[in-house]
Each structure stands twice: as C-alpha cells, then as structure tokens.
Design a protein around this ligand. Structure first.
Ligand SMILES: [Zn+2]
Length: 69
C-alpha cells in the first residue's frame, strides 16, 4: 500500500463562526468578530446562525469572508 503523496497544505483550525441564514447570501463571520450575541450578516443584514468551520490558519485573520463552496 502506498501512502498518498503529501500535498503542501496549510495548517487548519476549526473555528466557531456565524453564517448568514439567507440562502442567497454567502456571508459569514468569526465568532470573535461578532458585534452582538446574535449578530446580523455584515453583507445583507440577515440574521446569522452559529456554525463551525475548518479554515487554513492564514485565513484566520479576515473578519468577513465568502464561503468557498
Ligand atoms: Zn447575508
């Protein structure tokens, strides 16, 4: 059995995040950037739901990003 060749991959962390509850919007934010206990989406103003996301450490610094999928 061969091991899969190691692809250079940045280290990842699992973060608590908030995602926009609107299906038309891909907005999300990190938990520690939220301005309120129940934050609203910074992109569309919709309510947000708690979630978890595994992110490359490098992306760890953006307050607001777009989902990749
Ligand atoms: Zn939104």
């Amino acid at each position: 059995m061969r091991f899969q060749q190691q692809v250079e991959k940045p280290p990842e962390v699992t973060l608590k995040i908030w995602t926009c509850a609107s299906e038309d919007c891909n907005g999300w934010m990190r938990d520690n950037f939220k301005s309120d206990e129940k934050p609203n989406c910074p992109l569309c103003g919709h309510t947000m739901v708690e979630d978890e996301r595994t992110l490359p450490v490098l992306e760890n610094f953006s307050a607001v990003s777009l989902k990749k999928e």
